[in-house]
Design a protein around this ligand. Sequence first.
Ligand SMILES: [Zn+2]
Length: 157
Amino acid sequence: MSASTCCVPFPKVKSYTKQFITNKNVNKKRNKAIKNPECTCFKCLKETKENLHTIEIPQTGYGSRFDGLNTKIQLCDKCYKLTNPNWWKFKQIPIKELGDAGHNFTEYKYENEIFEYVNQMPLAGQELFFNRFASGAGADYMDAQEWIDGELNYECL
Ligand SMILES: [Zn+2]
């Protein structure tokens, strides 16, 4: 997910951020590294200690998009209730395409839905998911703001 450094970011970053703009401050917050990750909802970026749902996602194996990626998603109660609770059971299913490979390769049943959801999070929330709260070979290990800035540049390609 990390972006390369090969594009000219400035003019296009502006047009990217425009799609969020309803209020300049909100927009700014969405692209700014989270200061208190332990009590922030990844989806709406509100800070709360009450009813914060911390969903641990253990890494899986080859063929899954969570291969080598341990991470977590934190959601406030309001955002959590808008998700499908089945996603968070992490039921493993065999990967059909790898059925003949001689091993039991599995993926999470709802990983497409989970990644679609993650992709709709503000970048500041995605940064926590892919970077600061992530570990394993599939995790990014970057400075938080550099990760976000890299994604902004990436989007402009
Ligand atoms: Zn929330």
